[in-house]
Design a binder for this molecule. Structure first.
Ligand SMILES: [Ca+2]
Ligand SMILES: [Ca+2]
Length: 83
């Protein structure tokens, strides 16, 4: 999970989530999702249509899960700060 793009005021406005499967030393990218902050308030408000909970359908629950992950990610400040 990482910040993909920063806005002009150095706030993260795109976050990419890569879901990897690890077998020994090998990492395989299973799927990825992205979240974007369209209005610049540092809260992600649009999301890719990704079945993050792997239940076979893409719905509001998937978006809610991505939203929660991004919110926690930002609260932990789990990213490099650009000053
Ligand atoms: Ca926003
Ligand atoms: Ca789903």
């Amino acid at each position: 999970m990482h910040v993909k793009h920063y806005s002009a005021n150095a706030k993260p406005n795109a976050i990419e989530l890569n879901f990897l499967e690890c077998a020994g030393e090998q990492e395989t990218l299973i799927y990825k999702a992205s979240a974007y902050d369209g209005d610049g308030d540092a809260v992600m408000d649009s999301f890719t249509n990704t079945d993050v909970n792997r239940n076979g359908k893409v719905d509001e629950l998937d978006k809610a899960l991505i939203r929660v992950l991004c919110k926690l990610f930002l609260e932990f400040k789990w990213y490099a700060h650009k000053e």
